[in-house]
Design a protein. Structure first.
Length: 414
């Protein structure tokens, strides 16, 4: 169902840019659409539609061909010439700055990945060196695929930690060891394209809202857990950041009042030390040492550098102790999501990171606890599932930041 608030337009000449945004968003939502249906959806006059579409046709952003019917009732109206967005008319760059790993990608206007590359980096490597390596990899991708840089509308960066989206500064990323890194300015100078930067989980949420499972959802909460735990909120296709761009720090909500492992934020009792990958791995390795001939120890010792995938494999193979440990962690996440439901009342919750990777082991308990502990029947009205973008959620999210700002919302400032 189309959100008519998002597609509401005006015929005033003073907001021509707004009308273009409205048309582009409608073209994103509809693969094939007639001019008449476009006018009906947006509330814009036929003249405005005709003029704007003519410009988009001339730029190669829109093409026409085939037929479409006015969607009033089955069989109504004569066939009309259909319009469609040309996905590869322009491109965007998506960058995901994670802990120890950077992903970069080129996408088209529908955020479909044209090419991507990922690389790991030691946490003691300087931010400048890491960003320089990302720039080098992007130049390689652009050259390998023969992309005209003039057709790249901009660069979107989703970065771990607290980000100021206005300045593009990564203010504080404890898991990276970064403080006050001017990511936007640094990349803008080296790529000579518009750059926008936001928190990585917020970027993932926007990617889902514009191009993924939440395209027709009014209120989305995207929750990501790996080295850290964060959430991104999208309401009516707009990111909600809070007054200090700190909305979504779900990993630092208090779950246990007494004791608990010390969190990197300095408090005890936070969600993050209970459900993050390092915390689960630490407990798994302790269990493996205690039961050195068990399934878990076998799986962890089967690789040079164990990851959480070996823990999940042991649980899937029938290790009851591991299953119990993972169920306990899932319960904590379920409690946190129940609190989230009571506060935000989202229509959809999407889980990424390790809760997507191990969704078969974790999601049933997460969902059960969330529904049990939500107020009234609010939890029953929330759909909860794992992101379908899996490991690509970060780069699609980065590209979504650029596409949203520099194409669909037509903000051209650097």
């Amino acid at each position: 169902m189309i959100n008519h608030r998002t597609l509401s337009g005006s015929n005033s000449a003073t907001i021509k840019s707004h009308n273009l945004q409205t048309i582009l968003k409608a073209l994103l939502r509809h693969e094939h659409i007639s001019r008449a249906h476009l006018a009906q959806l947006t509330g814009l006059s036929n003249t405005t539609i005709t003029n704007q579409i003519a410009a988009l046709l001339e730029q190669g952003i829109v093409e026409e061909g085939g037929t479409a019917r006015l969607q009033q009732r089955p069989g109504a109206g004569r066939p009309r010439m259909a319009l469609r967005l040309v996905p590869d008319a322009r491109y965007a760059v998506g960058i995901h700055i994670g802990v120890g790993q950077i992903r970069v990608a080129l996408t088209n206007l529908r955020a479909n990945i044209i090419a991507s590359h990922s690389f790991t980096h030691p946490l003691d490597k300087s931010a400048n060196d890491v960003l320089d390596q990302a720039v080098m990899q992007l130049h390689n991708l652009i050259e390998q695929h023969g992309i005209d840089t003039g057709n790249i509308i901009g660069v979107g960066v989703g970065a771990s930690g607290l980000v100021d989206p206005e300045t593009g500064v990564n203010v504080m990323a404890p898991n990276l060891g970064w403080n006050n890194i001017p990511v936007k300015d640094y990349l803008r100078q080296r790529l000579n394209r518009p750059v926008t930067v936001d928190n990585n989980v917020r970027a993932m949420a926007l990617g889902e809202a514009l191009f993924g499972a939440a395209k027709n959802v009014r209120t989305l909460a995207f929750v990501y857990a790996r080295y850290g735990v964060g959430a991104g909120f999208v309401v009516d296709e707009q990111l909600y950041r809070g007054s200090g761009a700190g909305a979504g720090e779900i990993g630092h909500t208090t779950i246990t009042l007494e004791g608990g492992e010390l969190c990197r934020c300095g408090n005890r009792g936070c969600l993050e030390p209970l459900v993050s990958e390092p915390s689960i791995m630490a407990q798994a390795q302790e269990m493996a040492r205690k039961y050195s001939h068990g399934l878990l120890a076998h799986h962890l010792n089967s690789v040079e550098t164990p990851t959480i995938e070996q823990v999940f494999a042991a649980a899937r193979a029938g290790d009851a102790a591991v299953q119990t440990m993972l169920t306990e962690r899932a319960r904590y996440m379920g409690i946190a999501l129940a609190n989230l439901v009571n506060i935000l009342n989202p229509e959809l919750i999407l889980l990424g990171g390790i809760f997507c990777q191990g969704h078969d082991l974790l999601l049933p308990t997460v969902e059960q606890v969330m529904r049990q502990r939500s107020f009234g029947n609010l939890g029953e009205r929330v759909e909860i599932k794992a992101t379908e973008f899996t490991t690509q959620a970060g780069i699609i999210g980065g590209a979504a930041l650029a596409l949203d700002r520099f194409f669909y919302r037509q903000e051209t400032t650097f």
